[in-house]
Design a protein around this ligand. Structure first.
Ligand SMILES: NC(=O)c1ccc[n+]([C@@H]2O[C@H](COP(=O)([O-])OP(=O)(O)OC[C@H]3O[C@@H](n4cnc5c(N)ncnc54)[C@H](O)[C@@H]3O)[C@@H](O)[C@H]2O)c1
Length: 276
């Protein structure tokens, strides 16, 4: 999909109050798109809305829990009152759990599956049919992760959700191709965003010093979400199905493809280092 000028186009971004969602919404606005954004964080959402308006674009902001079917339906209805169909839908809202399967409760599973997997299904379910019916080009961006193709015992539940997003995106890529709609699964590596503060740590990882270690590790890595946004736009322009973002995400991608046994050994060694 050409992104030189998005004047007159509408882009939906979930989880746009912070991090990768916020920066990508701003990048689309800079190219001329109007936005419809949602998040749980109302203050962050209002601030994001102001920044988009300051770029001269119109924006619909709404507090929505992506895991909630009725709230997502109402959000989509509000968007479709303004436009027949959106041009780009970006299912980005996400959360993380750090820790192994044996320390993950069923409540933890419901929480993360509801947001990271069902939330993406909701975004696809409520926005894609109108795009197909309209019959013009469009694009679906689903935010997975490098953890969507490389698993580690310290991210058991997160891996399950991000693998599911990648799998759904691959299936959708085939299904939507005849309709002229592209699909990209975005797979970032280690990106310095507030997700590190909001991640649920479970089991042995649930310690303040572990949290600080993670936060400072991500800060030291220093890969910022505005760089992710730029790469997302490039991937959409090229209709790239899987878009690893940052050098470590590319490294893991090639290891998974060409030396999966080596990737397993590295994961095991890292889990040992993390004390599991
Ligand atoms: N930061 C990383 O290192 C990294 C790496 C790979 C993938 N990702 C993925 O990128 C996406 C964005 O994460 P981020 O790093 O920008 O984190 P972030 O915490 O900065 O942003 C996530 C946003 O999603 C919102 N959100 C959470 N639950 C929600 C819900 N139920 N309904 C609506 N909104 C909700 C949060 O309020 C927040 O504004 C996530 O899907 C995450 O898994 C992040």
């Amino acid at each position: 999909m050409k992104l030189d000028s998005l004047a007159g186009k509408t882009v939906v971004v979930t989880g746009a109050a912070s991090g990768i969602g916020l920066e990508t919404a701003l990048a689309f606005a800079e190219r001329g798109a109007d936005l419809a954004i949602c998040d749980l964080d109302e203050a962050g959402l209002a601030a994001a809305g102001k920044r988009i308006e300051a770029l001269g674009r119109s924006v619909l902001t709404r507090r929505v829990d992506v895991a909630d079917r009725d709230e997502m339906q109402a959000f989509a209805d509000a968007v479709h009152e303004r436009v027949e169909a959106v041009d780009i839908v970006m299912n980005n809202a996400g959360v993380a759990i750090g820790g192994p399967f044996l320390s993950t409760s069923l409540d933890d599973w419901n929480w993360i599956l509801g947001i990271n997997t069902v939330g993406v299904v909701h975004g696809c379910h409520f926005f894609i049919p109108n795009m197909v019916k309209r019959g013009k080009d469009g694009h679906v961006i689903n935010v997975s992760s490098a953890a969507g193709y490389s698993a580690s015992s310290t991210l058991a539940a997160y891996n399950a959700t991000k693998f599911s997003v990648l799998g759904l995106s691959e299936a959708l890529w085939d299904e939507l191709q005849p309709h002229g709609i592209g699909v990209t699964a975005v797979c970032p590596g280690i990106i310095d965003t507030p997700i590190t503060r909001n991640t649920r740590l479970v089991g042995e990882m649930d310690k303040p010093e572990k949290r600080e270690e993670i936060v400072s590790g991500y800060q030291r890595r220093g890969y910022t979400p505005d760089r992710v946004a730029k790469n997302i736009l490039k991937a959409v322009e090229r209709n790239r199905l899987v878009a690893p973002i940052s050098p470590e995400a590319w490294g893991l991608y090639y290891l998974k493809r060409f030396a999966p046994w080596l990737l397993r050994r590295i994961s095991l060694a890292m889990a040992k280092r993390a004390g599991q």
